[in-house]
Design a protein around this ligand. Sequence first.
Ligand SMILES: Cc1cc2nc3c(=O)[nH]c(=O)nc-3n(C[C@H](O)[C@H](O)[C@H](O)COP(=O)(O)OP(=O)(O)OC[C@H]3O[C@@H](n4cnc5c(N)ncnc54)[C@H](O)[C@@H]3O)c2cc1C
Length: 498
Amino acid sequence: MEHIGIIGGGIAGLSAAIRLAAAGKPVTVFEQNQDVGGKMHQIQSGGYRWDTGPSVITMRHVFESLFAAAGRKIDDYLTLLPVEPLTRYFYPDGTVLDASRDLARMAEQIARIGGERDVEGYLAYLAYAARIHRVTGGKFIYNDPPTFGQLARTPIRDIPAVDPLRTMSGAINSFVKSPKLRQLLGRFATYVGASPYLAPATLNVIAHVELTGGVWYPQGGVYQIAAAFKRLALELGVELRTETRVESIRVKDGVVQGVMLASGEFVALDAVIANTDVASVYETLLPHLPAAEKTRRARVDPSCSGFILLLGVENVHERLAHHNIFFSDDYRREFDDIFVRELPPDDPTIYVAITSKTDPDHAPSGCENWFVLVNAPALSVNGRGASAAWWESHAAAYADRVLERLAAHGVDVRGKIQHQQIITPHDLERLTGARRGALYGASSNDRLSALRRPHNRASGIKRLYFAGGTTHPGGGVPMVTLSGAVAARYVLQDLGGI
Ligand SMILES: Cc1cc2nc3c(=O)[nH]c(=O)nc-3n(C[C@H](O)[C@H](O)[C@H](O)COP(=O)(O)OP(=O)(O)OC[C@H]3O[C@@H](n4cnc5c(N)ncnc54)[C@H](O)[C@@H]3O)c2cc1C
């Protein structure tokens, strides 16, 4: 029976392992860290617990399908609680808006900040985003990477719905007038690490996924998703080798033979799925490739990165919800800072997730566990922006700046911090292997990014596949879960399993 190896026990790697094991294939996952999860990670200290990676979980049905594919019910592994409000938004002038799936609640708040016409515009925008989901979901999200032939067969009446020529913000502006609502809807670009002023309008599909489909919180913390995937994989017989780094993929006559581990052990395999950055695979795991070939294939523009503060904070802040956003004054300038100047914004939009609102045991009594995230540029390599060295000397001052901005929003926790840990883009690169600290893999700022993404089947190397944020269908927990399914499907097709 063919033996399949998976390099990396991130969410995509585990998803692929589950699909393959459910199809009866022997699978080994090689994970360099002590445990699985990759960017989905948790830290505990001094009575506090934090998720250090993803915090907003959408597309519940993607996780349900994975468990169903293995003949299991998700509820036996994970308790996914609906989050309401989806997010509490704080604007610089003191306005507060609770984004909700409840249309009446949303309409009442939108009427207050933007007037009746914006309520109409918002409802039309939701219908528009739902249409993008219907038309593009099957092509760009839920199935194998689209071919030009498939795209060419898109019914003519559906083509305008894809809306690839406008930017996200251009489309949003055509529906609503309120700058506050425009900022709220534009923010969904950041769910794939992009800018609303550059990303194609097609990405307004993300708003549909959250505002109509909802946000889910796994009771116990987001890391419970990785724990549940791991439990299912082990039940299905997947061999999990943690603290085992793959040094290289051995290829002979253009066909994968197996992997060489850092320990010097060679493991013969019939197929390999790399759950690591595609560019890193070409740069570091395929020594047989000529240097020029490595450089050509590793040319993948990164999504943005993030600057994180893990805070243990005294007091319970009644004004705050589970997910909170404190908006900057000048959203366009913020994205110019990130993507043009490649510097962290001086006036950042600040995201604060507090899981102790839902799981009180995540913080000592009377305290809260704050996960504070601001969007930051991917590590700069042009000699001008925020490079790894830049963060070494600026991280502490930037943390103070973020706390100062929170104080300006009326939430001053300075002097009430029991625990503080800073995670810079450079730390993210070091800790998670994310190239240049990119949170979501490849950039989505380009109109053709969905088509340019490296394919899940490596070209020119047989039996090598990719799963994760830098390949189809893209970054984010549900998307990489789907990516694992695509890679597993290709393996089964090529090995004659389906
Ligand atoms: C701070 C942060 C916030 C985020 N917020 C959200 C959010 O709110 N919602 C959302 O949906 N997504 C979010 N994301 C994105 C999401 O976390 C990722 O898209 C997703 O977890 C990536 O999973 P993956 O399996 O593709 O890769 P990874 O998680 O990067 O896993 C790759 C694995 O491969 C292992 N590995 C690498 N090289 C080797 C080797 N040579 N040998 C063995 N093992 C190796 C690594 O150790 C790692 O475990 C966030 C990410 C970060 C970092």
